[in-house]
Design a protein around this ligand. Structure first.
Ligand code: URA
Length: 219
């Protein structure tokens, strides 16, 4: 094609010739790879001093499980066993949580489990609002990285922290809430430690687990 013809052709197409020659590369924002994002987040939690719980903790409790899980379980805060071992839900409540998951055909390793607080409140007292506010960004980042299909939130304190409400747990159960920008479906149920004290509510917890499974299935 001679030059005049090529120019007319490009004009007709409204394309500058530099497009055809290859446009200069646009400056790109280089996103760290997922493994690097996880490492940065883990380091951030390990070294966190955003609240005074860093002074009394034995270990931080980051969270465990499948980083690509469909189910993301959110608890309240580490207890004594978790503080010693650095893993969430390893005590008696953890045993019951595992059984609850198994009841809906899930092994612990198939889900991701993390708490609202990454450090143990001394004497297992309730978390302070200031501690929740300081720690929540860690959990939000975990949820953003896992991109779960459902959040199963166990207990009043975790539910209040994520849903920014103080409604009684009975009013939060059996509903599909949404969390964050991605509007991840969120279902609330009883905390396993509560169920150890009140086994008669296990039947209601079973209803909640079935409900969560239906939510995930889109039903
Ligand atoms: N209770 C929680 O909420 N989280 C744990 O990790 C253990 C007990």
């Amino acid at each position: 094609m001679n030059r005049a013809l090529r120019k007319a052709y490009l004009q007709a197409l409204q394309i500058d010739s530099w497009v055809l020659r290859g446009a200069p590369a646009m400056p790109q924002r280089i996103e760290p790879r997922p493994a690097e994002q996880w490492s940065a987040l883990m380091r951030g939690v390990e070294t966190c001093e955003r609240c005074d719980l860093c002074k009394t903790r034995t270990r931080t409790v980051f969270g465990v499980g499948d980083r690509r899980a469909e189910w993301f379980v959110v608890g309240e805060a580490p207890g004594a066993d978790e503080d010693r071992q650095g893993e969430p839900f390893v005590g008696r409540a953890g045993q019951l949580l595992n059984a609850m998951l198994r009841a809906i055909d899930l092994e612990r390793e198939q889900v991701f489990i993390a708490n609202v607080l990454k450090c143990r409140p001394p004497g297992n007292r309730d978390p302070l609002q200031s501690e929740i506010a300081a720690c929540l960004p860690h959990l939000e980042r975990q949820i953003a990285l896992v991109r779960p299909k459902i959040l199963l939130v166990v207990g009043r304190i975790a539910a209040h922290a994520l849903l920014r409400t103080d409604a009684p747990l009975a009013r939060l159960r059996q509903k599909t809430h949404r969390f964050g920008e991605a509007a991840v479906p969120l279902v609330v149920t009883y905390h396993p430690a509560y169920l150890l004290r009140t086994p008669t509510d296990k039947r209601r917890a079973w209803e909640d687990l079935k409900f969560a499974r239906e939510v995930l299935a889109g039903g």
